[in-house]
Design a protein. Sequence first.
Length: 480
Amino acid sequence: MEDSRQVVQAKSPAWPRALLASWTLLGVFKGRQIDATKPCMLCSPAGSNGDKLDEDAQAQRDKEMDENANLPVRDNITTEESLDSRCPVCLSLLWNADGMVVSDYTDAVPRWVNNRLVGSLSLLFVSLYLVCCVGTLGWYFYEFWGDLRQVTHFVSFLSYGGILLGVAWVCTASNVLQYVRRAPGNSCRWYNVLHADYIARRLRCLTGRKFRLPASMFLTLSILWAVVNVAFQVVSLVQFLNSGNLKPEKMSSNTTCPTVVPQTAEYAVFVFVKTFLGMVIAAIGLPIYAAFWHYVLVMRKGLTAELNLVLVFVKNNEGRVDWCRRRVVEIHREVSLLRRILVRLMPFIVATGVLGLTVHISWNYNVYSDSEHEKCQKNLAKDNLIINIFIFSEKFMVLFLPLLAVGGLNIDHIWQQFTYALSRLKNSDHEEFWDRLMHFTKELDPEHKDIDLTVVLAVVSLYLGRNLTGQQLDYTKSGA
Ligand SMILES: [Zn+2]
Ligand SMILES: [Zn+2]
């Protein structure tokens, strides 16, 4: 119970280069000094960061003042001497994996990465990704909308492009809002999830003296997967250019199959522009996509590690309801920030990804099993083989990376684990303390009920796949 007031301080180690590279892609570094110190709610200047529970805050503050009259309640000074005078909750917010207090981030990110030039270049990159996604989807709508024979192809691409667009939108919007609103890195805004300060707070709990790249396997494999997809894209582009599909007059020679669409010059232009945009999306978008989900995975690991540190804090401060409650509030706010993004992104991605896969599988069924034009269909399957593998590969990639990174449909499970662990710590010495803390923790995070689009869309897509006949099945005729 006795609070040992000695503070062991440490400096943050340098972040691994692979992390710096992948987060530069996401536009995390904008040349601002990283400030990972975040005062607890009572110590921070009132109203500065949109608190949710401000009603009890005043009452709690008064109580706190009586309890710890010797502790100054507000201090924003981050110099080393002031650390000793911080309240225990504030100090526990600065714990790293070894339980040392880390507030010095001068060595974490080198200047040549964290500067304004790099920041604006990454913003440019991320916006280019968004623009290309919108552009390609727009092209598809313009060309395929209302054409019943192209519905399979259209929906198939729409599901893939839509997912990429979702992530592009999150990255771009968060970057732009950080520039426009300039909210401090410790405020509770959803776009601050990609803020260097938020990231530094998460990484602190993953590191001790040394810093090994977290989730390095995931990053390596997903970047490799992205490179493979880009290679596929190049191969199918070459195949497409060699087949001479860009010249409309040649098309009449191989129209023995009734499924081939008559090609026009306008259509050839469409295919060309679309293929070009597709290349740019693959080359820029897929690495950013992989980096984004690696980042989500690292954030999830960081939050899990911090929840374990909270358990240690609660164990050390058994009986002090107010301190423990404040610590739980702090971590809950950090968890809900990431959750707020994922709760919108994940159902969309899973539903759309499942739709895309089902549509593509039904395309496979049509190509391989149609007996009407036996000879013709065989050629079709052979001609489309590379595109077929490529589409499977990219569709699996956009669906599985998020699922792996989040570890399910959302990150609620880490909060659940925390409440279980908390109730296991319970003992009869402080019956009332535990009851109040458990009650408070449960109240903080009521069960979330999100509409499950997944099942609905999967059924719809099966229906779509089975009931649309006479589709234009040859994807090679319209580029990759
Ligand atoms: Zn404090
Ligand atoms: Zn209550």
